[in-house]
Structures are given as C-alpha cells and as structure tokens.
Ligand binder design. Sequence first.
Ligand code: TA6
Length: 304
Amino acid sequence: MSALPDALAQDARFGIPGRLSVRQLPDNPPLVDMVCEHGQAVLSLDGGQLLSWTPTDQPPVVWLSPAAVWKPGKSFRGGVPVCWPWFGAHPDASDLPNHGFARNLPWEITDSATTEDGGVQVTLALMPDEAAAARWPHQATLTLMVELERALTLRLITRNTGDSPLPLTEALHTYLHVGDAAQVALTGLEGLTYADKEADFARKTQNGPVTLDAPTDRVYFAAPETCTVEDPVLGRRVRVAKQGGATFVVWNPWIPGAKAIGDMPDDGYTQMLCVEAANALDDAITVAPGSEHTLATTLSWEAL
Ligand code: TA6
C-alpha cells in the first residue's frame, strides 16, 4: 500500500489560515480540519473519509461512532466512507473487501480554496496502489471534492483512464447523527421499489415515510434527488440531496447489528441513520473510456 502523505507537507502546501489545516495526531492518519463561520468538518486522508460535520451551534449532523478506532487501511465507523468501485460485496470475488478498496487506501490533497460564500473547499485524490490495481481490471482516477459552506457537499469524480468501459457501483455512505432513531421519519422515498437486504434482497414497495423499529438495510432504486430526515428530538430537519446517483441506501443495524459491530457501542444504533447517495445493484452505471462521472451529495439542515 502507498504510504499516507506527510501531514506537515500537505499543510504547508494546501493549508489556508483560519480555514483549512492538516494535523498529525498519534495513532491517527493525517486529519484535515475545515472551518468557516457556518461550521466545521474533519476529513481523514486514509480513505478520503469525511469524519464529521458540525454546523455552528448545532449537534453534529454527521455521526462518528464513539467507539471508532483507526487501523491503517481500515475505515472509521461513521462519517462518510467512500464505497468504490463497488458497493457492498464484490459481485464475483468474496475475498475482495466489502464496499470496494477506496475507503481503505491513502488519499492526498491536490487543491484547496476558499469559496465566494465564505466557505472552504478541498480536493483529494486517491493515491495509486499497485496491489489494488492488480486485483481490478480497470484504470481510473478518483477525486473527492468537499465543500463546507452553510451546507456540506461531497463530489466523487470517477475518470475512466482506460480503453474499456468501466462498470461501477458506488456510494457516499453517509452516517447521519439523529436524536433517537426510533423517533425519526425519513420522507421522500414513498412509493419507490427497494431491495430489502434484510429479506435476501426481496423487492418491496415503500409505503409512507421510512420509520425504524428493526434492522433496516434497503437499496431504493430510481430515487428522487432529495429525501429528508425529520428529527423531533434534535428539533431539526436534515435534507440529503444527490446528483449523478439513482439510488438511496438506508441502513440502521438496530439492536442485534450494533451488538455484532465491534466499533459501534451497543446503543450506537439509536444515534445514527445512514442515508447514502449511491448507484447500486440495479442502478449500476458504466463510465465510457475517456469520460468522467460525478456522484454528489449535499447535506443541509433547518430547525423544525
Ligand atoms: O450501506 C449499508 C451496508 O451495505 C450494510 O449492508 C452494512 O453492512 C453497512 O453497509 C456497513 O458496512 P461495513 O462494511 O462498513 O461494515
């Protein structure tokens, strides 16, 4: 695996006083801090993973497990892991990692800037990796742009640099922080067909808003651009918008799942709900040689 980039060198080159810095803590990957008047966000250069987003005077919108641990090449539990170039299990090879390899490899900063709205943005690139390349018969570059303003936007850009079509499934696996998962309602997916991973991928139709009282792992196809989490406990509405993705994935492991996941406290499921912009299963896409595809998600909030 390529080495993680040097935090000091990345900071010297891309740091922006008062807006963006890169730090190295013991037993951690290099971390990127982004700050503006509307809030702050933290990114890990291992995995190109957003770890947190906390708007000013609000509880975090993006959830990071209190039991999250970092090991080189293993993503943190929470934040927004990048699932690429496949979502979930690899279709043919069970020894390949769940959700692809991008979330387990080093990334580096390639650009940073302030925005006209007083925000800050950073661009990360997945660093080339020989071992991953040997197991994947395609050539591509992967870029993640993160923009922090009043809303938070992530853009995942796949460029097919090979000469054959690139089949792709992917997700921005967003862990939202909620006040109490049993009390939230997710609207915007009514009437959609979904694959229920808790029922062996059975196809079902969503009736009314999504509410939670059991393990929930669903892939909603041909989904509209936006869905919304109504959170009466935190007194806010969080909107998840997507572009370039046909799928929303909704996941909460609930009681048995949380107990089985080592880096989530047993009651961690009460505080999170994954709502993921994706192209998954039936919504797989193909990126033509020489062309580019962007999957984006924007998270925003308002008081109820
Ligand atoms: O997006 C939902 C999901 O695919 C679930 O099936 C669940 O396993 C989750 O992702 C977490 O996967 P991970 O490999 O990060 O433990």
